[in-house]
Design a protein around this ligand. Structure first.
Ligand SMILES: Cc1ncc(COP(=O)(O)O)c(C=O)c1O
Length: 485
């Protein structure tokens, strides 16, 4: 009897006893056909009511661990595999080797996420404290108060029609994008993944900006493609370099962030956009246009996306609500032609059947009733003021060189002292409660000798916090310069 005890795992007593019996069978202390102690002896030894013991046996019988034999009592089930019950699993036993389909994984970050730091300079993070949760809650609540049961079931794989309509209107009014099927995805990352799976074969090449968005690179790598870094200068990618690489390789997709190049925030000028488009047309290569923070453009109206002038239907347009709302909303936008939309919908069906209808319906109502527009106006003003402050603050310290971009949520900043390695600086800063991203994270094709830039996000923190965090960073640069080379 000593081998039995209640396994204190927070469940009712009868389940604790059942667990103890199972553990003994698994360890090989009890073999198939062994007789178990009687209800009475269990009850006496463990000081547990007989009714509880009977319930434990009933559970063990229902799960197939124990059999009840008339006049004999309870026995360990005869069908339990001998291997499992006789041979205890050793903790050092060799793990079976599975072959994962994952071709190549993305970058693995082994430190906490940006939001867990006191000073969050992450380049793409919105300020979640500024989101009008109370207002949005009313739309969530209305959606639940009068639920449309059909919409909460399966179907509507491209997204709920109410939200697709709102987004279609929004893309037409704010970005001159028309005549496309809008698909609402689980963040734009899902859209990118599906596009890569649909359009790329093992060994294909994808043209990417020399500095780029790591999650996109991970998607292309994972699809089996090789990245070809296109040179970029202070205006964005250089079309001549793109053409040369198209001619000498097998580029099947071009991935671009033309409005606020990620991570440098530079806007690709109209002449270069046209040159890139002409190359795409000449060599029949689709362009994925990732327009991830279109709304945050301060100096003038943002350039209309390449997708708004796409006579040959070469542009696959992506956008997201992760910046305007919050990343956890997982609302991405994919706007493509009908044929591609159908293929995406079919692929998506395999992955997830449907998106989060509740969130989509609430968002549709919020947009319809003007809350979204109001939030956008307010938050853009806030980010504009934060950007002005960030520029002033960086200039005062006289350690950095940068070009003020027309928009975005971050500044791409070069340290004047080229002896400082920004990866080392970022690692040191993390110990001081500062999250900051550095150039090396963005090299789409690794380069050993260039690591001079920081990406300094200004959107997620109020001005005072930004200035405080920057002062700490500056102190680190000034006092630890020797160890940062
Ligand atoms: C370049 C780029 N694309 C897309 C996204 C948004 O991705 P998602 O919609 O999956 O949150 C981000 C967010 O940081 C981004 O920086």
């Amino acid at each position: 009897m000593k081998i039995f005890s209640l396994v204190d795992n927070g469940t009712p007593k009868y389940l604790q006893l059942a667990e103890s019996v199972k553990q003994n069978i698994r360890k090989g202390n009890l073999l198939p056909g062994d007789t178990l102690p009687s209800v009475k002896s269990f009850s006496d030894d463990l000081h547990v009511n007989r009714h509880t013991i009977m319930k434990a046996f009933a559970e063990l019988i229902a799960e197939g661990w124990v059999e009840s034999k008339q006049r004999v009592g309870y026995k360990v089930g005869g069908n339990i595999p001998i291997e499992g019950s006789q041979k205890p699993l050793k903790s050092d036993a060799k793990q079976p080797k599975f072959k994962y389909r994952l071709v190549r994984s993305g970058p693995f970050i082994d430190y906490p996420p940006a939001t867990q730091y006191e000073y969050n300079f992450s380049g793409g993070q919105p300020d979640l404290f500024k989101f009008p949760f109370n207002e949005f809650k009313q739309h969530m609540s209305a959606t639940l108060t009068r639920p449309n049961l059909e919409q909460l079931s399966y179907g509507e794989i491209m997204g709920v029609p109410e939200l697709r309509q709102q987004i279609e209107n929004y893309l037409r009014k704010s970005r001159a994008i028309t005549n496309r099927e809008v698909i609402i995805t689980n963040g734009s990352q899902e859209a990118l993944f599906i596009i890569a799976q649909l359009l790329l074969q093992m060994g294909d090449q994808v043209a990417v900006e020399a500095l780029g968005y790591p999650p996109a690179m991970a998607v292309f790598n994972n699809a089996g493609a090789d990245l070809v870094a296109i040179k970029q200068d202070q205006m964005g990618i250089i079309p001549e370099d793109l053409e040369q690489k198209i001619q000498s390789g097998s580029i099947k997709l071009i991935y671009l962030t033309p409005l606020h190049q990620y991570p440098t925030t530079v806007t690709l000028p109209i002449a270069r956009r046209m040159a890139v488009y002409q190359l795409a047309a000449k060599y029949s290569i689709p362009i994925v246009e990732d327009d991830y923070d279109h709304e945050f453009h301060y100096r003038c109206q943002p350039l209309a996306p390449m997708a708004s002038n796409d006579p040959q239907q070469l542009v696959i347009y992506l956008s997201t609500f992760s910046k305007i709302m919050f990343p956890g909303a997982r609302i991405g936008i994919l706007a493509v032609n009908k044929t591609l939309a159908k293929a995406v919908a079919e692929y998506r069906m395999i992955i997830s059947h449907k998106g989060n209808a509740l969130m989509q319906l609430a968002l549709a109502k919020w947009m319809q009733e003007g809350g979204f527009e109001r939030h956008l106006k307010r938050i853009t003003r806030i980010y504009m003021a934060r950007r002005e402050n960030a520029i002033k603050c960086l200039e005062q310290h006289n350690l950095f060189d940068f070009i003020c971009p027309d928009g975005g949520m971050a500044l791409w900043v070069k340290l004047k002292s080229t002896s400082i390695n920004t990866s080392k600086l970022a690692a040191l800063a993390r110990h001081k409660g500062i999250y900051i991203q550095h150039e090396k994270q963005y090299h789409t094709v690794p380069q050993s000798n260039r690591n001079h830039y920081l990406r300094i996000g200004f959107a997620s923190m109020p001005e005072t916090k930004f200035n405080e965090g920057l002062s700490i960073l500056v102190k680190l640069i000034n006092t630890k310069a020797q160890s940062l080379s």
